[in-house]
Design a protein around this ligand. Structure first.
Ligand code: PLP
Length: 424
């Protein structure tokens, strides 16, 4: 490699690390091919034409591009209906719309996968009665903790569901900022069957962030009633500039649509302002982009395990999302990793990440991202709360060849920092 000043010893490790990825890469390519066909066939059966890529303004009445993209998403995800909008401000906002769309005062929601992702705790109002949280509106929160090995406690879940009627059972597919395992589709299927066997009327909702297109099916194809995710992660394909989607049963999507805009109006309004083309293109590109991100994660796991670090998942493991965790053991290693990764980004390579407080997060957070879309974590990015055991959570990579340089530069910076310390 002539363009980057990467330590020679690392170039040798790169060869070995790449060799070790072969089997996983084969699996990823087969999965991407399957999902690409799935998306392509949805485009064709929905009859997408140039007219769907057009612009609406104002109220956005009769935006056929918007309404048909909803159908493409529903069809792809094996769901009855869907809402996909650039105007969802974030994944958390999208999930919040779905939760408020379904839950009513006096209802109780049971979270099946332990404490949820940091920003969602504020939506539920778990710790504090944040203004406008579900708790503030009289929705009760309960949670079943994960077992010590990080898997859902199916027996306790069933026992709990027998005690009283629960309006919703909530599942988080991805690990978020925790050390638990991400759920595989087969795990979600098992959870859905467990819930429905005891309480068939409970609405099963899945936080699907980071999970889309990682496997051949989605939660809505294995028993979930509703799922939601962010378009600056997997299903935006690195092209959508913002947004989110909700997919699931028709009656629930209808309820969500009245929260998304307002009661009585629902999905009839919502100008797309010229974003239809990007949302179509992004959703179309997503199976391939997710494949690139998965390869990046597998490669990082392979390289860093050769360097002696603990990684999760291991490079050979079957994955439930695009996140890779590398246990870096010290604050300084964590910072070096993020700074090295940043230096290999196509945008803002000269920026130097430093830890800082973030709204919605309990600890200071360090983030490395040199992305075309602000905060997009389908693009190569790494973030970490500054807490023991100093794990970095990295994800994304629009393009494996480029992302690999970022990983190598992260390793290079980390190694040279360790060397410099030893010399002192
Ligand atoms: C990213 C993510 C969210 C939503 O986060 P935003 O930053 O609001 O998009 C929710 N849950 C999980 C598990 C996530 O990974």
């Amino acid at each position: 490699m002539n363009f980057f000043d990467i330590d020679e010893s690392l170039e040798k490790l790169d060869k070995k690390a790449t060799e070790n990825c072969k089997e996983a890469f084969d699996r990823i390519e087969k999965n991407s091919e399957y999902n690409q066909q799935k998306v392509l066939s949805a485009f064709i059966s929905c009859g997408i034409s140039e007219m769907h890529l057009g612009v609406s303004t104002g109220y956005g009445y009769d935006d056929v591009g918007r309404d048909t993209l909803d159908k493409v998403v529903a069809k792809t995800f094996g769901a009855e209906d869907a809402l996909i909008r650039h105007s969802f401000a974030s994944g958390t906002h999208t999930l919040s719309v779905a939760l408020f769309g379904i839950l009513r005062p006096g209802d109780t929601v049971l979270v099946l996968t332990g404490r949820p992702y940091d920003t969602i705790t504020g939506v539920f109002g778990i710790d504090a009665k944040t203004d406008g949280s579900l708790k503030d509106f009289g929705v009760n929160y309960e949670q079943v903790d994960l077992l010590p090995d990080g898997t859902p406690d199916i027996e306790s879940i069933k026992e709990r569901l027998k005690l009283k009627p629960y309006k919703m059972a909530y599942i988080q597919r991805s690990r978020g900022y925790s050390l638990r395992k991400s759920l595989l589709i087969k795990d979600i299927k098992e959870l859905c069957e467990a819930v429905k066997s005891v309480s068939p009327s409970t609405v099963i909702m899945v936080d699907n962030c980071y999970g889309e297109f990682v496997e051949k099916s989605e939660p809505t194809e294995v028993g979930a009633d509703l799922m939601a995710g962010s378009l600056i992660k997997n299903p935006g394909g690195g092209i959508a500039p913002s947004g989110g989607y909700i997919a699931g049963r028709k009656e629930y999507i209808e309820m969500c649509s009245h929260r998304m805009t307002c009661a009585g109006v629902g999905r009839e309004v919502g100008a797309t302002l010229g974003h239809n083309r990007e949302l179509y293109m992004g959703f179309f590109a997503a199976p391939h982009t997710v494949g690139e991100a998965l390869k990046t994660a597998v490669y990082a796991s392979s390289l860093f395990s050769l360097l002696g670090f603990e990684t999760s998942p291991k490079f050979s493991d079957v994955r439930g999302d695009i996140i890779e965790i590398i246990k870096l053991n010290s604050k300084s290693a964590l910072i070096a990793f993020c700074q090295g990764l940043q230096s290999g980004s196509p945008i803002d390579a000269s920026a130097v990440p430093t830890p800082a407080p973030m709204p919605g997060y309990d600890d200071d957070v360090i983030m490395a991202a040199g992305a075309f879309t602000g905060g997009a974590s389908i693009e190569l990015s790494a973030d970490a709360p500054l807490r023991e055991p100093f794990c970095v959570y990295m994800q994304g990579g629009l393009n494996f060849y480029s992302a690999k340089v970022g990983i190598l530069l992260a390793a290079d910076k980390l190694i040279s920092d360790i060397k410099a310390k030893e010399e002192k």
